[in-house]
Ligand binder design. Structure first.
Ligand SMILES: Nc1nc2c(c(=O)[nH]1)N[C@H]1C(S)=C(S)[C@@H](COP(=O)(O)OP(=O)(O)OC[C@H]3O[C@@H](n4cnc5c(=O)[nH]c(N)nc54)[C@H](O)[C@@H]3O)O[C@H]1N2
Ligand SMILES: Nc1nc2c(c(=O)[nH]1)N[C@H]1C(S)=C(S)[C@@H](COP(=O)(O)OP(=O)(O)OC[C@H]3O[C@@H](n4cnc5c(=O)[nH]c(N)nc54)[C@H](O)[C@@H]3O)O[C@H]1N2
Ligand SMILES: [Mo]
Length: 662
């Protein structure tokens, strides 16, 4: 971003000419930072809840004193693990690590394991290819065939569409696989709309056809694939007709998918997170990667498996999704941990010790974690809650004390990415407004009051005067300095613009693993990616007939999860939540376009406007996630706290509902 600051205020955000990944500049959300940064709704002072649930402004001294009193009391009576530290995806940067550094000094805390976002796909990729990396963003322009699988890039990776357009203009072909017609599918020649959560069956049927017709890359398979024969045998367990029936897609669509994939090279499969939010997601994603592998589309220009590019994760150890496993117990500190996907349930169930205190920063679990009712109940069961926030989110409203959070323009940090492979400096360009303090300063103030950290404190949590030195220390093993980054984005050391071009796959066999012993040892799943239905699906037959509709809660163009939707600029485009429903399903329920509708299941309900749209599969409804309670669309009131088959992700879309007119 090229940012203009006048009289201490952000006045314009423009593209940076020459930025290879995002040359067209920020999207509407990026532009909305001008409003967000100076919004009158921003929290600028510590706040304490009154008895009537309103908030009063208090001084930092009294906020910190009360927090310290509560921390000591909780630690004294129940031990440090009676305190939950919860952080999510609000902002990225090296300084985020300082929070856990504080809790380590404090003597520990209860942490979370797993993640709301992408772990099933990350782990599936790691098990199969050995690492999570992919070709540079702009390499997509070299693809001759592009498959967007469960990814709506036109809304969620807007800049990627530029490279899609370049590829299409040069004659490439585009396939989209998504139960919804989306902005991404507009230019595709083939849109396959499978029953949600059945993509594994679809992929294996395509693989079967590819193998039967000999349209595979035998040289790549012989040289670099482990377990091909077992995988091939497994694909014959079900006919293409059977798969088509399970996915409820035309046989011709599967044949066309296999036909294009078998005949056009290079092909890139851009996989999103859609089919990765089900209880069968790990196996589904492994089956998809297999398609890229057997057609030899790995390690080549214009080809590949594009899921997550973690090549900028070069700090402090490996980028193995090991962070997604329940923490081990090193350094003498006993760590207790709850599942992010089951946050509410696990918090309530924890007894040794019971949770009494929660610290939340960079996240909005009341809106974004599954099963809002349980999360709310768990937060309300605590003695004390601190939330560090910029705005009055649903989670902030649960806090006893709210601490005002900095914005990304107010503290220097080093950031990576998960699409391109550049490290960047995010320089401080604005002063913190009101009494806002950076998290690092808050933790230092708490540490001083608790008398922890001593002379080591600056190394654990740098003070503002020490920040540049600290960042330089982090960069030093990479042979980089802040000054290098000041000159512009720098490719992460060791990063590749064509991933796996060297054909080095850091798996146990050193090859692409279509059979993975590790998968079954670690996660108890089949070593081959055999397909199975998700846990809660209308395809299963044994579902509750009272809730026949599969609800998907995708992301949307003009918000990042629950952020931005409170801004006037964004409200012009997205004034309120809507449930999208197929005309046939709406007619059967007497619902008309624009009617108020209630979406419900045994876990909860909410009311919102109906949007009738023939672009969504019959039997499915969708509501974008990230609405606030006050806006009427807390979608996770209806989801269940349930993990994916691998890596402790959240199976948000294993979610059957019914809709009726309000
Ligand atoms: N504008 C915007 N951009 C974002 C974000 C945001 O909030 N707003 N969030 C960022 C983050 S953190 C993430 S994780 C990514 C997510 O990026 P995406 O993966 O693109 O987003 P989703 O909307 O979760 O899912 C994509 C598509 O999957 C489809 N889908 C659902 N179930 C299935 C299924 O069973 N099979 C198939 N084939 N498709 C299915 C949905 O209909 C949806 O269109 O976006 C990132 N970019
Ligand atoms: N039903 C359903 N639920 C979903 C999803 C879905 O597809 N369906 N998607 C899931 C996915 S992919 C993700 S990634 C998660 C996202 O889950 P969260 O990360 O909890 O969601 P955000 O809405 O981005 O909330 C981030 C919060 O951090 C605050 N924040 C921003 N910067 C800072 C800072 O510097 N310091 C502090 N202290 N706070 C800051 C913002 O104001 C915001 O309230 O949601 C998940 N939830
Ligand atoms: Mo995410």
């Amino acid at each position: 971003m090229c940012v203009t600051v006048e009289d201490g205020r952000l006045t314009a955000i423009e593209p940076v000419a020459g930025n290879e990944a995002t040359p067209e500049g920020p999207c509407l959300k990026g532009l909305a930072y001008v409003e967000r940064q100076h919004s009158p709704d921003r929290i600028l002072h510590p706040l304490r809840r009154r008895k009537d649930d309103s908030y009063e402004r208090i001084s930092w001294d009294s906020a910190l004193d009360e927090i310290v009193f509560r921390l000591k009391k909780t630690r004294g009576e129940h031990g440090p693990q009676a305190i939950l530290h919860y952080a999510a995806s609000g902002t990225k940067g090296l300084l985020n690590g300082c929070s856990l550094a504080f809790w380590r000094l404090f003597g520990g805390c209860t942490t979370t394991y797993g993640d709301l976002c992408w772990p099933a796909g990350l782990e599936a990729t790691r098990l199969t290819l050995g690492d999570n990396k992919h070709n540079a963003p702009w390499d997509l322009a070299n693809a001759r065939l592009i498959i967007f699988w469960g990814k709506n890039a036109a809304e969620t990776n807007i800049h990627q569409m530029r490279f899609v357009d370049q590829a299409l203009d040069a004659g490439a072909r585009l396939i989209v696989i998504d139960p919804r017609r989306t902005q991404t599918s507009e230019r595709s020649e083939l849109l396959i709309q499978p029953r949600p959560g059945t993509d594994g069956f679809l992929a294996l049927a395509a693989a079967r056809l590819l193998i039967e017709k000999g349209n595979v890359d035998q040289d790549f398979i012989d040289g670099h694939v482990h377990g091909f024969d077992e995988f091939a045998a497994m694909t014959t367990e079900r006919t293409v007709e059977e798969a088509a029936r399970i996915c409820d897609v035309p046989i011709a669509a599967i044949e066309k998918l296999a036909g294009l994939l078998g005949s056009i090279k290079p092909a890139t499969i851009c996989a999103g997170f859609g089919m990765q939010r089900y209880t069968n997601s790990g196996q589904t994603m492994r089956a998809l990667i297999a398609l890229a592998a057997i057609t030899g589309n790995i390690g080549v220009q214009g080809g590949g498996w594009v899921y997550a590019n973690l090549q900028t994760q070069v700090f402090g150890g490996d980028r193995d999704p090991i962070a997604f496993y329940p923490p081990k117990k090193p350094d003498g500190i006993v760590r207790v941990s709850v599942s992010t996907a089951r946050l509410g349930r696990d918090m309530l169930a924890q007894t040794d010790p019971p949770l009494k205190f929660a610290w939340v920063e960079r996240g909005n679990p009341l809106a974004q974690n599954p099963e809002t009712h349980q999360v709310r109940k768990a937060f309300r069961a605590l003695d004390f809650r601190v939330v560090v926030e910029q705005f009055m989110t649903d989670t902030a409203r649960e806090a006893d004390i709210i601490l005002p959070a900095k914005s990304m323009f107010e503290q220097t940090d080093v950031i990576g990415a998960y699409w391109h492979h550049y490290l960047q400096l995010r320089p401080r360009i604005l002063d913190m407004p009101g009494e806002v303090r950076a998290e690092t300063e808050v933790f230092r103030a708490l540490a001083a009051r608790l008398d922890i950290g001593g002379p080591e404190l600056d190394n654990a949590i740098p003070g503002s005067g020490y920040l540049d030195t600290w960042l330089n220390q982090q960069l030093q093993p990479l042979d980089l300095t802040i000054d290098d980054l000041k000159a512009g984005p720098v490719p992460a050391p060791g990063s590749e613009s064509v991933a796996f071009a060297d054909r080095v796959f850091p798996t146990p066999s050193g090859r692409v693993e279509l059979v993975s012993a590790e998968a079954s040892e670690r996660w108890g799943i089949d070593p081959v990616p055999r397909a199975a239905l998700p846990g809660e699906t209308a395809a299963g037959g044994d579902h509750d007939p009272a809730t026949p509709l599969q609800m998907m809660t995708p992301n949307t163009k003009n918000r990042i999860h629950s952020q931005f939707g409170n801004l006037d600029l964004i409200k012009q485009f997205d004034p309120g939540p809507e449930v999208t429903i197929h005309p046939d399903d709406a007619r059967a329920r007497g619902i008309e376009h624009g009617d108020q509708a209630v979406v419900f299941n045994r876990r909860g309900e909410f009311e919102l406007k109906a949007r009738i749209d023939g672009g969504i599969r019959r039997g499915c409804v969708s509501v974008t996630n990230g609405w606030w309670g006050e806006q009427g669309g807390l979608v996770n009131l209806l989801s269940e706290g349930r993990e994916t088959d691998v890596a402790h992700g959240a199976a948000f879309h294993d979610n059957l509902v019914e809709v009726k007119r309000a």
